[in-house]
Design a binder for this molecule. Sequence first.
Ligand code: NAP
Length: 222
Amino acid sequence: MRDALIIGASGGIGQAMTRLLQARGVAVTGLSRSADGLDLTDGSSVAEHGQALAGRSFDLILNTTGALVIDGHQPEKTTDAIDADAMAAQFALNATGAALTIRHFAPLLHRDGRAVFGSLSARVGSIGDNRLGGWVAYRAAKAAQNQILRTAAIEWKRRNRHSIFVALHPGTVETPLTAKYAARHPTITPDRSAEALLGVIEGLTPEDTGSFWDWKGQRVPW
Ligand SMILES: NC(=O)c1ccc[n+]([C@@H]2O[C@H](COP(=O)([O-])OP(=O)(O)OC[C@H]3O[C@@H](n4cnc5c(N)ncnc54)[C@H](OP(=O)(O)O)[C@@H]3O)[C@@H](O)[C@H]2O)c1
């Protein structure tokens, strides 16, 4: 791996992945909302940042953006708490935003060799693995992101048979995103998550495109 683009390089996992790749000698281009004004909920912002990188090419593009709480909307405990604005905000970032990263950044992937586009989804976005209920909007937006990744994988296989598009679950990671929610769960540090995810990414082959993996290297059901 030589050239990586980290979208969301300001986040807990995005920062850790940037540090790790740099330590391994990979040239990392980082983009974020706070440092660069890249707002995934604004289609023209994503398009402009994609255009600004025209002529560059990457063998790894990783979307590490996402949010559980947006505009103060806490994750729902029951279906009674479903709220239209909260649902729309979740979809705008975790589903449409992820789709826009594919639309505007995937064309920067190397065309004639192994090239990985990974997106941080979440195990709770798995429909097959949903045993607890709750968190309706976040789960649904991540499930939509998974479908978008899978759809893109099929299309991109025709453009570059070495391309690998995957959804990734990073573990329960000690970042601002989980600060209020991880108390009853075993957690890992962002550095450990990044190291494990990079190991998973390095082990992927083109036959794996269109799949969903956790940080331990286990397949997650859709
Ligand atoms: N932490 C966990 O345990 C866990 C578990 C499962 C899945 N995940 C997933 O992993 C990903 C990263 O999570 P994290 O824990 O690293 O979260 P984090 O530390 O809160 O970082 C979130 C990142 O998303 C960016 N972001 C938020 N809204 C954005 C927007 N509208 N436009 C552009 N960027 C935006 C933030 O940018 P700025 O800070 O620059 O505004 C930041 O870079 C998320 O997709 C999350 O759902 C995390």
